[in-house]
Each structure stands twice: as structure tokens, then as C-alpha cells.
Ligand binder design. Structure first.
Ligand code: S3P
Length: 182
């Protein structure tokens, strides 16, 4: 078991491109736990991509769905590694639900690190698809990331992922889990 409430889940939060999904998948294998990617669950449930949901149904619809599916996942009695979406905990009730049901870890990455990681993959990211140059992308991410920091910083732990390889990030998360075993 992990988490201060002696229970269940490990939640990974962080901006788009912070490595939540790739780190989460590898970590779940290492811990022999289930891995759930919240965006993938939403896509399964809606039978369309996140980009298409934003386009056809709008962001508000997506956010409602995100909150509902997060609650369904949390109800799962087995310990699960969960990669949240970059905007999930901007909703304070989602933040509280994550903090109350496990350990919430913020994968921190600077705006310039994020641009390096995702500049070739903005098409599938509806909030970033409109930015055509690296400078426009960086300017937007700096401001947007800043506006989200207040909630990201409420996570139980923060891991600086800048300049780090995935293995090192996973080792740091494993150390936190070991320290917080109940
Ligand atoms: C979003 C992040 C995306 C996805 C959606 C909105 C956000 O998830 O949920 O495009 O608001 O930051 P990733 O962080 O997994 O890319």
C-alpha cells in the first residue's frame, strides 16, 4: 500500500509532455500494478480521440468526462498507477480526490523542456495545436504552466524531470513510495 491514507493509488500529474504516461507505464510494470492513463480511458469511453472530443464536443464536455472517469478509476479497489491529464487537477475537486485517495506526484518540467519534448506532437494536443512556431508555443506554455502551478504544487511530492532520464525519474518515485509505505 502507498499513500498517506494507507491506500491505493499513485497519481502522476504535470504539464503535457512531463512524462506522466511513459513514466507511469514503466513504473506500474516495476511495481506489478495496473496502469491507467486517464486520457486513454476517456478516448475508449467516447470512442474518439481527445483532439476530436475537443473539436466536436468542446472542452467543457471533455472536462466533465475527465472528472467522471477519474472518479470511476478511483473507486477501483486495487492499487493502480494513474497518469492524469495535464489539466485534471486544475479542477480543485479532482485535486482533492487525488490527494484523498493516494499519493499525488508532480512531474515538474520547465516550459523550455516541455517545448523540446512535444514540439513535434502538438497536432494531437488540442490546447497547443494552433501554435505554429517554437516561440509562440514557448510563450503560451510559460503563461499556461504558470497559471497551473498553484495546483501542481499542492501535490504530495514534486520530482524535477528536467535533464533527467526516465530511469532516474522512476528511481526517484520508487524511493518516495518506499518512504511512504504504510
Ligand atoms: C490537457 C492535457 C492532455 C489532455 C488534454 C488536455 C491539458 O493530457 O488531457 O489534451 O489541459 O493540459 P496530457 O497531459 O497527457 O497530454
Amino acid at each position: 500500500m502507498i499513500g498517506k491514507s494507507g491506500n491505493k493509488h499513485l497519481f502522476l500529474t504535470g504539464y503535457m509532455g512531463s512524462g506522466k504516461s511513459s513514466v507511469g507505464l514503466l513504473l506500474s510494470k516495476q511495481l506489478s500494478k495496473h496502469f491507467i492513463d486517464l486520457d486513454a480511458r476517456i478516448e475508449e469511453s467516447e470512442k474518439m480521440s481527445v483532439a476530436k472530443i475537443f473539436k466536436e464536443k468542446g472542452e467543457k464536455y471533455f472536462r466533465n468526462k475527465e472528472s467522471c472517469i477519474l472518479r470511476e478509476i478511483i473507486r477501483n479497489p486495487n492499487l493502480t498507477v494513474i497518469a492524469l491529464g495535464g489539466g485534471t487537477i486544475s479542477d480543485s475537486s479532482n485535486l482533492k480526490a487525488s490527494l484523498d485517495n493516494g499519493l499525488l506526484i508532480y512531474l515538474e518540467a520547465s516550459a523550455s523542456t516541455i517545448v523540446k519534448r512535444i514540439k513535434k506532437e502538438t497536432v494531437e494536443r488540442p490546447l497547443l495545436a494552433q501554435f505554429k512556431t517554437d516561440t509562440d508555443l514557448l510563450n503560451f506554455i510559460e503563461t499556461h504552466l504558470n497559471s497551473r502551478l498553484v495546483n501542481y504544487r499542492k501535490a504530495d511530492f514534486t520530482i524535477d524531470t528536467n535533464e533527467k532520464k526516465r530511469d532516474q525519474i522512476i528511481a526517484e518515485i520508487s524511493a518516495i513510495i518506499n518512504l511512504n509505505k504504510s
